[in-house]
Design a protein around this ligand. Structure first.
Ligand code: SF4
Length: 437
């Protein structure tokens, strides 16, 4: 089925991109309808592991608490660094002052847990519905507990958002409290987006070998240890879902380094080279530094390519990682992209990625669940990347699936993770082949 067939057959809004970022001829199928995604609270699961002095207090319902506990597991031996202040019926009915209740919960928490240095008050659907002003609460409580604890707020609500936006909202809440980089200070590099420590260390080592002296990370491992930002900051996005954070950084004078996202050999090389170029590093030195990683990754991918080459793949909109991962699978493993759906298409941040797509790739933004499932059934791709809730029904129809959320929880960036990333797609296909024998 071609792009034209789909567009003729559905009432979804079709837009041709006219901005300079992507070729004007590439159609984008825009859909609005029923969605099937996790909410932004999910980000707490990886953010609380990354920022080791931070605590995430969700102001929400029992549903929010259940989501967090079942997704993150219950820590028996460690003091947890997230919790839910559960809003009861009387809060929702306005019978008690929810702000007073919240003050009480926060004061008790901070008394019991002197290790907390940054506290995030995280909004949810119920707190948004009753318009509980968490910004005001953060300000009021911050005035009491600063300097020992910094109190910030953001929303992880599932209303009109997708799950990786939780990280975007959290990081953009940190930007205003980042220290200012002096106007006459030398340029500094900032890596933006939460990465597993092991991956972050690999990148920091490579930048150090290139001679880039000062490299900060947002989020930092200690939330109180924030990197500086200012007009001398050149930032590299490590994740494609950080539109708000990027805007906040630019509001403080930082400039984005345009690059592919660091997935696979090409993406990682382009990302590292772009930073090196922005810092005036000698091209020969850059190539010398990245050559061993490139070679290792290329060798590891060559082993997996026969399993993936020619296989057809559809991404349903979920993690916002879809576009760069699709580019990696197409360019480096020879997979055929049938449809690449993403909840939001950030044209500027994804421009270089989209330029790599072949002419027949169907690109969709937003979600209309029924239509998308109909297209998957008509296309019958070899593998469909989708949310947890869709995987079982699709498997039941004989389609092979991959959980999108697993891609967010796994170390997949950089040279040394390129083969692990490919393996995440190869494994379900191998399993399918074994079951078919
Ligand atoms: S924030 Fe909203 S979508 Fe997320 S668990 Fe709570 S009620 Fe559900």
């Amino acid at each position: 089925m071609s792009v034209a067939d789909i567009l003729d057959g559905c009432a979804a809004e079709l837009a041709h991109d006219t901005g300079p970022a992507i070729a004007p001829a590439r159609p984008v199928l825009r859909e609005r309808g029923q969605r099937e995604v996790f909410c932004g609270l999910t980000g707490i699961i990886w953010l609380h592991r990354k920022m080791q002095d931070a605590f995430f207090l969700v102001v929400g319902s029992r549903t929010c608490a259940h989501l967090l506990q079942s997704a993150a597991g219950v820590m028996i031996f460690a003091e947890p660094r997230f919790a839910t202040a559960i809003m009861e019926e009387r809060d929702l009915a306005g019978m008690v002052d929810a702000q007073d209740e919240l003050d009480r919960v926060v004061n008790r928490l901070l008394e019991r847990r002197p290790d907390i240095k940054t506290l995030f008050l995280v909004g949810s659907c119920p707190s948004e519905v009753i318009k509980l002003d968490l910004a005001k609460a953060a300000q009021r409580l911050g005035a009491v507990h600063m300097p020992r604890v910094r109190i910030l707020n953001y929303s992880g609500s599932g209303i009109e958002t997708t799950f990786t936006q939780g990280e975007d909202a959290c990081l953009s809440a940190l930007v205003p409290v980042m220290p200012a980089l002096a106007a006459d200070a030398p340029k500094e590099l900032l890596i933006v987006g939460s990465l597993p420590d092991i991956v972050e260390d690999q990148f920091l080592r490579l930048f150090a070998e290139m001679g880039i002296a000062k490299v900060g990370c947002l989020p930092a491992r200690n939330a109180r240890d924030l990197p500086s930002v200012g007009p001398g900051t050149r930032y590299l996005l490590a994740q494609p879902f950080l539109g708000e954070t990027a805007m906040a950084l630019e509001g403080r004078g930082a400039q984005r380094i345009e690059a592919l996202f660091p997935f696979g050999v090409d993406g990682t090389s382009d990302w590292l080279r772009a930073a090196a170029e922005a810092f005036g590093i000698d091209r020969a030195l850059t190539e010398q530094v990245i050559a061993p990683g490139r070679a290792r990754a290329a060798r590891a991918l060559a082993n997996l390519r026969p399993q993936l080459e020619g296989k057809r793949i559809t991404f349903l909109p979920d993690s916002q990682l879809e576009v760069p991962l699709a580019r990696f699978l197409q360019d480096e493993l020879g997979m055929e992209l049938v449809e690449v759906g993403t909840p939001y298409l950030h044209r500027a941040h994804l421009a270089r990625e989209l330029d790599r797509f072949g002419p027949n790739v169907r690109l969709s933004e937003g979600q209309h669940l029924d239509r998308q499932l109909d297209r998957v059934r008509a296309d019958r791709p070899d593998i469909t990347v989708c949310g947890l809730g869709l995987a079982n029904p699709l498997e039941g129809e004989g389609l092979t699936t991959k959980w999108a959320i697993e891609l967010v929880f796994s170390p997949i960036h950089g040279f040394d993770q390129a083969a692990d990333l490919a393996e995440l797609f190869a494994r379900p296909l191998r399993r399918r082949d074994m079951l078919e024998v």
